[in-house]
Design a protein around this ligand. Structure first.
Ligand code: SF4
Ligand code: SF4
Length: 294
């Protein structure tokens, strides 16, 4: 994702048919200059590919190679590649001569570069509808990047195909949609625990698998046997299941459901809480009225 305040972003919206000149190859004078001192945001799918490429568990990968922060506006949990802590702040995966050591499993943002994806959000005309998100592309032209001096011509669409970014987009779409929704209310008393679960389900897929299979999760949630088999054996299925769990937590959708008996108990508890609140409010108002009439 690209911040449009970035000075290197050409101030124009690009579509799939928009053209640009670019070529990047080992030997170009600026080779790997773009792999240092950057904010490189990872998606859940990026983490799966990278940790598998490196033969690590997601927990090990996250601890060793990423840093975490909450998004300032949305407070959603985000992870970024932790750049080396020396003067150059190189990406830990770059090697001077061969370039990216995980090239075929590099993150989506690196696949797209120097193209960036952006979303323009406008309020819907109807009050009760979600905001409208309009997707477009930007070009990031940094001073050190000599690739723009080359004469190979692309359209954004061709570049996307060449970099195998379309498949990554498909797998990242559900995540992107979640990230545009409201997070948990800041004053929610259970927020800290749920924010931790949000992070776990988003990025720490191996720990999330253990949480599903080894805790009381399956006593609480109604998961069809076929889906359970799939998520045991397929990380991408597990990732989509984790998205359903996050959507459940954020109240976005109920694709994941509580067991019928628990759902009934929860409904009853909510009804009782509401009835208590109504009774308390009525008692308060009655006291105020009494006070006035004395
Ligand atoms: S041409 Fe641009 S993208 Fe390629 S190595 Fe140089 S700085 Fe990086
Ligand atoms: S992951 Fe690879 S392509 Fe991306 S910044 Fe690091 S070295 Fe460069």
């Amino acid at each position: 994702m690209v911040s449009l305040n970035n000075k290197s972003v050409i101030p124009a919206k690009f579509e799939l048919e928009s053209e640009f000149n670019f070529r990047c190859y080992p030997g170009i004078s600026c080779f790997t200059r773009c792999c240092r001192n950057i904010e490189l945001l990872l998606t859940p799918h990026d983490v799966i590919r990278m940790k598998n490429r490196l033969g690590l568990s997601s927990t090990e990968f996250l601890a060793r190679y990423t840093r975490y922060r909450e998004d300032e506006k949305t407070t959603h949990p985000l992870v970024f590649i932790k750049m080396n802590e020396d003067d150059q702040k190189l990406c830990p995966f770059v090697a001077e001569k061969e370039g990216c050591r995980i090239y075929t499993d590099r993150p989506a943002a690196c696949r797209y570069y120097p193209v960036g994806q952006a979303t323009h959000r406008t309020a819907s005309e109807k009050e009760d509808e979600d905001p409208v998100h309009q997707e477009f592309y930007v070009i990031i032209k940094e001073d050190h990047c000599r690739g723009f001096d080359e004469d190979r011509q692309w359209t954004i669409g061709k570049w996307r195909e060449d970099q195998e970014a379309a498949r990554a987009d498909e797998l990242n779409l559900e995540w992107k949609n979640i990230m545009m929704k409201q997070n948990l209310p800041r004053e929610d008393e259970d927020r800290e625990r749920r924010q931790k679960m949000f992070y776990l389900a988003s990025y720490d897929i191996d720990a999330f698998r253990r949480y599903v299979l080894e805790s009381r999760f399956l006593e609480i949630f109604d998961v069809e046997p076929e889906r359970l088999e799939k998520i045991k054996n397929d990380e991408i299925e597990l990732m989509h299941f984790a998205f359903d769990y996050i959507k459940y937590m954020l109240g976005i959708s109920q694709q994941l459901r509580l067991k019928p008996q628990l759902a009934e108990e929860q409904r009853r508890a909510v009804d009782e809480k509401r009835a208590r609140e109504v009774a308390e409010r009525a008692a308060r108002e009655a006291r105020i009225r009494e006070g006035r009439s004395q």
